[in-house]
Design a protein. Structure first.
Length: 428
């Protein structure tokens, strides 16, 4: 079994003894149902031809069509995509969505492509996987270095291939082509509801709580701003270029506005012009941010950021995984032994797939919700499932991560048992 997927599946072993599921189901969940690898030819603007590797994985679809994002990144490979699809399987079950887990990606650095090349690559990806996806089979969404515009291209290409308008094959689309209100901020908003639900259980008040956010992309920047608005003291943020730290707190809206308007890294915010005088600051690395003496640490970048090598340096008391798989299994065990609470990705970042579900439902019904309706539905879902996982954690005396997997496993088991399929259960 691949290294990353093997590491991810170790959480199953911890949860099994607390879940009421068949051994056959566990065996089935240790490997993806279907994996597709494709070659995507791209005609560059200069007339040359280049071929990129693409992937799509349906890990499990027992609860409904697979659901998962598409990432454009140089580090994309089959191992990573399978692991992300694994997490999506449990994420959808944990928050009780009628989806299975899927994921996809292309091994590419999109920053080296022109906008027209990105569009051709996006459409070429759909050309290659069109028979593998569909509104009732496998539904795509944005992920790392993909966005609403790219989703619109992918939906349009699928519709061209099928010769019918098919908005439900993709979520995270622009509003003009069937997107949902609140989708862009959904991951961060869902994480915010989880944090707001759990911090009172630790007797933590916003004004007394310091926060560091690693990863100042869409989810990371929005969660930082939401927490700052709620009274938390966000003292550090970082992106791929580095980070900034201020003990008295950062002006998050200004940092977001500067980065979005200039496309510069967060380090540049305090390095030139009048903004330099806003607050005393210190330029730090991503590694230094992870080790800061703060109350809450939010890894919101890529997987594998906290490992056995740096887990002993973590000083935060609470880690909320906004990224997928930012804490390795070995690091998770170290943090738990140090009484550091790690709130897992399959709960914390489930707001994105939850609002994607809302978008899919709206596409199927042709009836669209207001931003307030989406916000209220998301809050109800995230608070309800957070409370359920916290209860399991307390009742079983297990980590919140294990409780989340138990919660998901029980739902998967109920679904499969209700179907009575011979693929999972032995004949009597």
């Amino acid at each position: 079994m691949s290294t990353l997927l093997s590491d991810a599946s170790k959480h199953l072993d911890l949860a099994i003894k607390h879940a009421t599921v068949s051994d056959d189901l566990i065996t089935r969940l240790r490997a993806p149902k279907a994996s597709l690898t494709v070659s995507i030819p791209l005609r560059r603007d200069d007339g040359s031809l280049e071929v990129f590797q693409g992937y799509r994985v349906r890990y499990d679809d027992s609860r409904g069509p697979a659901k998962g994002g598409v990432r454009f990144h140089p580090g994309v490979n089959l191992d990573e995509v399978q692991s992300l699809a694994f997490w999506m399987t449990f994420k959808c079950a944990a928050v009780n969505l009628p989806f299975g887990g899927g994921k996809g990606g292309i091994t590419v650095n999109p920053k080296t492509l022109s906008p027209m090349e990105v569009e051709r690559l996006s459409r070429g990806y759909i050309d290659a996987i069109a028979d593998f996806i569909g509104p009732d089979v496998d539904i795509l969404a944005p992920d790392v270095y993909t966005n609403a515009r790219i989703m619109s291209w992918m939906m349009d290409q699928y519709s061209i291939i099928r010769r019918q308008y098919s908005p439900g094959v993709v979520t995270g689309k622009p509003l003009a082509v069937g997107g949902s209100q609140g989708r862009e901020s959904a991951t961060a908003m869902g994480a915010f509801f989880v944090i707001q639900t759990l911090m009172p259980k630790f007797d933590r008040r916003p004004a007394e709580t310091t926060v560091a956010v690693q990863g100042f992309g869409n989810a990371g920047s929005i969660i930082a701003e939401l927490l700052a608005e709620a009274g938390y003291r966000v003292v550090a943020v970082s992106d791929s270029q580095g980070g900034i730290y201020s003990k008295q707190g950062l002006d998050i809206p200004s940092i977001r506005q500067h980065k979005e308007s200039t496309r510069e890294g967060v380090k540049a915010v305090y390095c030139a012009g009048s903004v330099c005088g806003i607050v005393e600051h210190e330029v730090i690395t991503n590694e230094q941010l992870l080790a800061l003496d703060v109350d809450v640490l939010i890894p919101a970048a890529l997987e594998g950021q906290i490992t056995a090598d740096n887990a002993h340096q973590i000083q935060a008391k609470y880690v909320f995984e906004v990224a997928n798989g930012p804490v390795t299994f070995a690091a998770d065990q170290i943090l738990e032994s140090r009484n550091i609470y790690v709130i897992p990705d399959i709960l914390v970042n489930a707001g994105g797939v939850t609002v994607s579900y809302f978008e899919w439902v709206q596409n199927r019904n042709g009836l669209y919700w207001s931003g307030a309706e989406v916000h209220n539905q998301l809050q109800q879902k995230m608070v309800e499932e957070t409370e359920a996982m916290w209860r399991i954690s307390q009742q079983e005396s297990i980590s919140v991560r294990s409780a989340a997997y138990v919660h998901a496993l029980n739902r998967l088991g109920e679904t499969v048992e209700a179907k009575g399929t011979h693929r999972y259960f032995r004949h009597a």
